[in-house]
Write a protein that binds this ligand. Structure first.
Ligand code: LLP
Length: 490
């Protein structure tokens, strides 16, 4: 089925997969009053464009709808985003020492950070305890024992939640399904394993057991899986109280709230929140349990629709009777999701409008893989030509954060836009960024082929300092240009 693309000459209301300030008009796509063509010219492509107002609104929505909402930074980690999430009332969920360190460097308050993961190293647990983060979400009994030993070694008591497997299906892609028993995450409730571990946590001298945690999956577009998880978890909390005499004040229901990529219609956050909180209150009343503080951990639903990716068309190729290919200057290195999960995206032309009639094409990347397809069978104007710009909607979650350097492409730049202004959040990765990892027995760069000199030396690699994050774009001293793209193609 061809993708549902907006007609190129229509002014669209801010709905569906696009950022709330995105508008399509005769001048092409604009976000927060900044023309996509201008952004692409200034910063090169591929380019991630973040609608800052959209992100802020999503953070406020989650923070207002739930007693406590943590932004799962794995969806997209940048200092700006970490700060925005906290400014707008969210805490943070990290999945590794690297994410924790990034949040701390962004100035995050450790007292609002939780750390989950199925295989945290001793070093990661030590960092968590030493920095005084609020919650460690322990995955299994052996991790509880290690954490207890680490915390007692520092003389601290670490607050923990224990992650259980509720045995609930999220009805989503199998790679992001985590609620069923055959899962590497958490400890199953059936068979008593979770109960034994919770008893261990309650007795551990250096741990303060606050509650239980579950995450049933990702890209869930109905309320039911969350509600089924509530039922199972409240049953378990009742069992914990009956068997161990322990009442748990926190119930963490994980993330997984769905985003709109093409024609999904996830319920409003407020609606799901009300249904979940009602179910918790009512379930506690029936079981005679005190109502716990409900925590959620959305990642995708905060950031996916706030971001779009701009690509420049490099070639248009028609294989008669087979397929029309449109190749762009990024691909599976900046968005692995179509290849990995069969994810579908909404695509539109972003350049000033011409009058092409729709025709079905497949948008592919520039990588050396036939599977490097970004959007299969989408309708785009038949006058699409090299140099044109395409915009992919809803690329904010798990695109940049799962990006790679396959074929030695650098990661794209990320710009935030707000009130007619653009700021670089993350500069484009350049060849010399990757070269920095080389351990070269010949010395410092003597193996560099002739011609690959920096622009400062009269060559074509731009020097490091001209796209430092935080510089203003439009004509300012930090303005970058499509020269970056040249550096990238070397
Ligand atoms: N909490 C826990 C314990 C998680 O494992 C995850 C995501 C989240 C919260 C946030 O989930 P979200 O609200 O973003 O769905 N790479 C995949 C998604 C992997 C999700 C991993 N865990 C994708 O691109 O679809």
């Amino acid at each position: 089925m061809p993708g549902r693309n907006p007609p190129p000459d229509a002014a669209l209301p801010p709905a569906g997969p696009w950022p709330i300030t995105a508008a399509f008009g005769s001048g092409g796509l604009g976000v927060a009053g900044v023309a996509a063509a201008e952004l692409a010219g200034e910063h090169g492509t591929p380019l991630l464009v973040v609608d800052e107002d959209h992100v802020r609104r999503r953070c406020r929505t989650f923070a207002g709808a739930f007693p406590r909402a943590l932004y799962a930074v794995k969806a997209f980690t940048s200092r700006r985003l970490v700060r925005i999430a906290q400014e707008e009332g969210m805490g943070l969920l990290v999945a590794s020492g690297g994410e924790l360190a990034a949040c701390l460097r962004a100035g995050a308050d450790p007292a609002r950070i939780a750390f989950h993961g199925n295989n945290k190293s001793d070093e990661e647990l030590e960092l968590a305890v030493a920095t005084g983060i609020d919650l460690v979400i322990a995955d299994n009994a052996s991790e509880l024992a290690r954490l207890d030993a680490i915390a007692s070694g520092t003389g601290r008591r670490q607050a923990v939640l224990f992650r259980v497997i509720p045995g609930v299906s999220a009805g989503t892609h199998s790679f992001v399904e985590t609620g069923e028993l055959d899962s590497k995450f958490g400890t199953p409730i059936p068979g008593g394993l979770a109960l034994r571990a919770v008893a261990q946590a309650a007795l551990a001298p250096a741990l303060e057991l606050r509650g239980i945690h579950a995450h049933v999956g990702s890209q869930i577009v109905r309320a039911e899986p969350f509600l089924s998880a509530v039922d199972v978890l409240l049953d378990f909390m009742a069992e914990v109280r009956a068997e161990l005499g322990v009442e748990l004040p926190v119930l963490d229901l994980g993330g997984g709230f769905g985003a709109v990529y093409t024609d999904e219609r996830p319920p409003d956050v407020e609606e799901v929140a009300a249904a979940m909180l009602d179910r918790v209150a009512e379930g506690c009343r029936r079981r005679g349990l005190p109502v716990p503080e409900v925590v959620v951990e959305p990642g995708r639903a905060v950031v996916a629709n706030a971001v779009l990716t701009l690509y420049r068309v490099g070639s248009v190729k028609e294989i008669p009777g087979v397929r029309n290919f449109v190749a762009v200057d990024g691909g599976m290195s900046d968005n692995i999701r179509p290849v990995l999960y069969g994810a579908r995206y909404t695509v539109a032309v972003a350049h000033p409008v011409r009058r092409g009639a729709p025709r079905t094409v497949t948008v592919v990347g520039k990588h050396c893989e036939s599977g490097d397809v970004l959007a299969r069978d989408v309708d785009l104007p038949d006058d699409l030509a090299p140099g044109d710009l395409l915009a992919f909607a809803a690329t904010g979650a798990y695109g940049y954060s799962m990006a790679s350097n396959y074929n030695r492409l650098g990661r794209p730049a990320v710009v935030g836009v707000r009130d007619g202004r653009a700021e670089v959040w993350l500069r484009r990765e350049r060849p010399e960024d990757l070269d920095r990892l080389e351990v070269d027995p010949e010395g410092d760069g003597s193996a560099r082929p002739a011609g690959l000199t920096s622009r400062a030396e009269g060559g074509s690699i731009p020097p490091q300092s001209d796209t430092e994050p935080g510089r203003r774009t439009a004509g300012g001293p930090g303005a970058t240009s499509s020269r970056e793209a040249e550096g990238r193609a070397l």
